[in-house]
Design a protein around this ligand. Structure first.
Ligand code: BES
Ligand code: MN
Ligand code: ZN
Length: 499
């Protein structure tokens, strides 16, 4: 991460100077000061370019005659009244994306005042820094050679604002969330030979140092507890499964409070099992632990920022492999809940894993609500692409809260339907249910399957994050690869409904 500082508004004269301009290419007070110092060169440049100060626009001014500044970048913010914290993150992220390997070490972003802005100055400043840090992430662990020119040159970002002290306080809690996002991205980026269920569990165990109470179950315990659907998936792999529960009790929570439960699918690699996937793109299935990665990063973020809430995170960690011990299509397994499942397709394994983890979560922690996160279906990518996660929910209030947290953070969700007509589609001829329905509505029948493991209609939401945890190309807030999607969403949900 970069070193971040917040200082009072003035015109910086070193490194990269970033100035904001509103729509119709209008500068703020510090912007005008810079323009004057440069003899009107900024106005001239804007006039002779297509830069109009619209959101996302940028205009670079090389080697300005301004102290020791190396370059000056104008960033558009559009109409001040339409400006959101997410826009400022995008702005910070875009600046970093442009400069990450430029050789520049230091960026100063001037968050000038503009009439009509409804955001507080500290919100603006802290989110610029947040966006910059989000975009700076890289996963270079497995490179043995990295040429100097390919290394990140950026070291510091200074945000100049009317509310330096308040920005600092606000950013301090965001910094902890960033640590969570980075932790998740590190996990999701790891190849499956390095991140086996056991190794994953160890990485989560290490979070105990932040005050989380960690419980890990191995295969013998899970078998004796009757977790037949999870163990059926695990039985084909030489790498034994784990179930990890991470409990966090924040300051001020009462002894007998009921926690929120976050539950993650942690398939460290999904070959499909005996219902083997085709080889093209199968390497992507290392990110099939993305839901568990989100839960791990969220628990770290909550513990680090000392959230005033009671939250438990649970993950089911297994590898889905074809082998002589693998389960077969047609096998019937019994879940910990007692319900039986006919395994029509061994590639619909995520729901089998979650069924037991969800049941265990309810038995052990009696949570007041549950949110599960899973890279559950390819069908959700067909529905929503990579822009939104699919949300399936049995409770309108919870759905609204998650939706709102999505809008606040930019980790967006789109609500999908559930209901008895879909539920019928997974009835089995010989068992209580089968693990797949017809091809049509594949994400919905997957959600229906999970809902059969929710006890007594307690509030539950399922987020199908198959399209959002991994990016095939760069974005203003993350380089291609692991996005860290979901950590900020869950953190915000906790802020909104539990603190
Ligand atoms: N992990 C996959 C879903 C997935 C696919 C995630 C592509 C990310 C990208 C899941 O276990 C799976 O294989 N689902 C099947 C279900 C089918 C067999 C009913 C699918 O989506 O094809
Ligand atoms: Mn699968
Ligand atoms: Zn899977």
């Amino acid at each position: 991460m970069m070193q971040v500082s917040f200082t009072p508004l003035n015109l910086p004269r070193t490194g990269v100077v970033v100035l904001l301009a509103r729509n119709s290419a209008t500068l703020g007070e510090i912007g005008r000061e810079a323009d004057d110092a440069l003899g009107g060169a900024l106005t001239r440049l804007m006039k002779n370019s297509r830069f109009r100060g619209e959101k996302g626009q940028m205009l670079e001014f090389a080697a300005p005659d301004l102290g020791r500044a190396s370059r000056l970048i104008l960033c558009g913010i559009g109409k001040p009244a339409d400006l959101s914290t997410h826009d400022l993150e995008l702005l910070g992220g875009r600046v970093v994306a442009r400069l990450i390997k430029s050789g520049e070490k230091s960026i100063s972003v001037v968050v000038d005042d503009f009439d009509g802005v409804t955001l507080k100055p500290q919100d603006m400043a802290a989110h610029v820094a947040m966006g910059a840090q989000l975009r700076l992430y890289r996963f270079d662990k497995y490179r043995t050679t990295l040429r100097d020119v390919d290394q990140t040159s950026l070291e510091r970002i200074t945000v100049l604002t009317r509310a330096a002290k308040r920005s600092e306080t606000l950013y301090a809690s965001y910094k902890d969330v960033l640590e969570g996002v980075y932790f998740t991205r590190d996990l999701v980026s790891e190849p499956a030979n390095a991140l086996t269920p056991a190794v994953f569990a160890e990485r989560l165990q290490a979070l105990a140092e932040h005050g989380l109470t960690i419980t890990t179950l191995g295969p013998e315990e899970m078998l004796s507890m009757g977790m037949g659907t999870l163990m059926g998936v695990a039985q084909g792999s030489a790498n034994p499964p784990r179930l990890v529960a991470m409990e966090y009790r924040g300051p001020g929570t009462s002894k007998n409070s009921r926690p929120l439960a976050f539950i993650g699918k942690g398939v460290t690699f999904d070959t499909g099992g005996i219902s083997l996937k085709p080889p093209g793109g199968m390497e992507d299935m290392k990110f099939d632990m993305g839901g568990a990665g989100i839960v791990g990063g969220t628990m770290l973020a909550l513990a680090k920022r000392k959230a005033k809430a009671h939250v438990v995170g649970l993950v089911g960690l297994v590898e889905n492999m074809p082998s002589g011990t693998a389960q077969r299509p047609g096998d019937v397994v019994t879940s910990m809940s007692g319900q039986t499942v006919e395994v029509i397709n061994t590639d619909a394994e995520g729901r089998l894993v979650l069924a037991d983890v969800m049941h265990y979560a309810q038995e052990t922690f009696n949570p007041r609500l549950m949110v599960d996160l899973a890279t559950l279906t390819g069908a959700i990518i067909i529905s929503l692409g990579n822009e939104y996660a699919g949300m399936f929910c049995n409770d309108d209030a919870l759905a609204d809260s998650i939706n709102k947290a999505g809008q606040t953070t930019g980790d967006k969700v789109w609500r999908m339907p559930i209901g008895p007509a879909y539920d019928r589609l997974i009835n089995s001829q010989i068992a209580d249910m089968k693990n797949v329905g017809p091809r049509e509505g594949g994400s919905i029948t997957a959600a229906q399957f999970l809902q059969r493991f929710v006890k007594d209609g307690r509030p539950w939401a399922h987020l199908d994050v198959a399209g959002t945890v991994w990016a095939k190309s760069d974005n203003p807030l993350y380089p291609k690869g692991a996005t860290g999607y979901g950590v900020r969403l869950l953190d915000q949900l906790v802020r909104d409904i539990a603190e």
